[in-house]
Design a protein. Structure first.
Length: 415
């Protein structure tokens, strides 16, 4: 072991932070110390009735114990451990009430923190001045103080022994703080760590956050991705006939403008969902449903895509959630057909009682590199997730020389 390794605990930042943590416990223990001194004086005073003192003692003990069992006290201790001891303890879930076992563990930790902190504070304020006085007398400072005090085995010896004792006392204090801080760091996960119920709650909250992120990713992919595809294809078609068909160019530019505005509205909606801690103004979501299917088909045709749509049934009878997801599936299918497909697209939509069935078929390009990149991509994964969340079934993939999307979304009819 090198000299540097021996001296590192005395000068390391972690030791100083551990010292602050221990002293924090001593500061919190001061009110308890005042209570102890007060009741010691009351018990020593024979003029005060003993029953009154005992009653006050019981009340004070109950009041003193309550902070040890509070969820807020545990949360503060966890924050202190994370900041000063560098232990990555999970923060308590908001609104979660700790169980009995967790409260007892937390109370034991807080009580230990207060007791050890009080001892460290006493040692610091007693041993530190003594050590400094021992060292200072070697330089002729405060010699009258050390000359009139009695130091046991060091009495009558050379002053160098006092200086050496002062240095040893300072070093011992440093190692004691480092050791107690390290012990606290090893015990913190045991006494302040989450209970099984808290771990389950944390996992559930994480699952909810991941599900929400996936949902927002689907929204961005389906809405913004579709808008960009339509705008790109319309711009390309307009460029081809820029000099020969100005009217088509004007229609394409108008469609691009409308598509851009729609994309901006949907992007604003998604960004509104991502904002945290904002104002209480509700975010108005652009809810596209099967009622908007005609416009979706019209926009797809404006890109030069031939779409043959067949619909049976009334979209108004389909529940809103199913109608929204059905719209997104058709939107993703048309987007992929425009980007990667070839030939006309056939769209069939059957609104049966209790189920929405849709089928979208388009040709596949023969070149392998452009065959159908959507296979296994985020768009098709999003389709499958939407359908599975509604308890339906979906088939996506090549069917001979065609690309087939067939989905069934069940629902309960409202009367």
């Amino acid at each position: 072991m090198t000299l540097r390794a021996v001296l590192t605990p005395l000068v390391a930042g972690t030791t100083w932070r551990r010292g602050v943590f221990l002293l924090l416990g001593g500061v919190l223990a001061l009110p308890y110390g005042v209570l102890v001194v007060t009741f010691a004086q009351l018990l020593a005073d024979s003029e005060i009735p003993r029953p009154l003192v005992y009653a006050l003692l019981v009340i004070a003990a109950l009041i003193a114990v309550v902070p040890l069992l509070l969820d807020g006290s545990r949360a503060l201790e966890i924050a202190a451990v994370r900041a000063l001891l560098g232990i990555d303890l999970p923060e308590p879930a908001p609104g979660h009430t700790a169980d009995r076992e967790t409260r007892l563990r937390s109370a034991l930790w807080i009580a230990t923190h207060l007791i050890v902190g009080a001892l460290v504070m006493v040692a610091l304020f007693s041993a530190l001045p003594m050590a400094l006085a021992f060292i200072a007398q070697q330089f002729g400072i405060g010699t009258e103080l050390t000359s009139r005090e009695r130091f046991g085995p060091l009495d009558g010896r050379d002053s160098g022994w006092l200086t050496l004792s002062g240095v040893a006392l300072l070093v011992g204090l440093g190692y004691a703080v480092a050791g107690l801080g390290a012990l606290a760091g090893s015990m913190a996960p045991v006494l302040l760590g989450p209970a099984p119920a808290e771990r389950i709650a944390a996992l559930e909250a994480q699952a909810v956050r991941l599900a929400e992120r996936n949902r927002l990713a689907r929204e961005l992919h389906d809405s913004i991705g579709h808008a960009l595809t339509v705008a790109t294809l319309q711009a390309g078609a307009a460029r081809e006939v820029l000099d020969t068909d100005p009217e088509f160019v004007r229609r394409a530019l108008t469609a691009i403008e409308e598509t851009g505005r729609t994309a901006m509205d949907e992007l604003d909606h998604v960004l509104g969902l991502l904002r945290e801690g904002g104002n209480d103004r509700p975010v108005v979501a652009p809810q596209r449903t099967l009622a908007d299917l005609d416009r979706l088909v019209t926009d797809a045709r404006a890109t030069g895509l031939a779409v043959h749509a067949h619909r049976v049934g009334d979209p108004a009878r389909v529940p809103a959630a199913v109608s929204r997801e059905g719209y997104r599936i058709v939107q993703e299918g048309l987007t992929n057909a425009a980007r990667y497909g070839e030939g006309p697209v056939t769209l069939r939509l059957d609104l049966h009682p209790g189920a929405l069935e849709l089928e979208l078929v388009n040709g596949m390009r023969r070149r392998p590199e452009r065959a159908h990149p959507g296979r296994g991509g985020r768009g098709l994964d999003g389709m499958r997730e939407r359908v599975l969340l509604l308890g339906g079934g979906i088939t996506v993939g090549p069917d001979g020389d065609r690309w087939l999307i067939r989905a069934r979304l069940p629902y309960e009819e409202t009367r």
